[in-house]
Design a binder for this molecule. Sequence first.
Ligand SMILES: [Zn+2]
Length: 77
Amino acid sequence: MKKFACRDTGMDCPFETSAESEEELMQKISAHAKEAHGLDVIDDAMMHKVKEAIQDEPSEEQEAEEDSEDSEAKAEQ
Ligand SMILES: [Zn+2]
């Protein structure tokens, strides 16, 4: 799950959206950018901001399988 909040791009805008894939998310974002901000085209600079603002939301069924067998071998000497 990908999440995007318009304000994370520096916009003073409460729009938030989410989608299963980045591709789908980008479609929603560009539709919003067009409707709300009059951006027919998202240029490279904006695209960069958008991609930085996209967050990965881990799915609910994520097991925190953390069997860290990190026995810190202090092989100093
Ligand atoms: Zn917006």
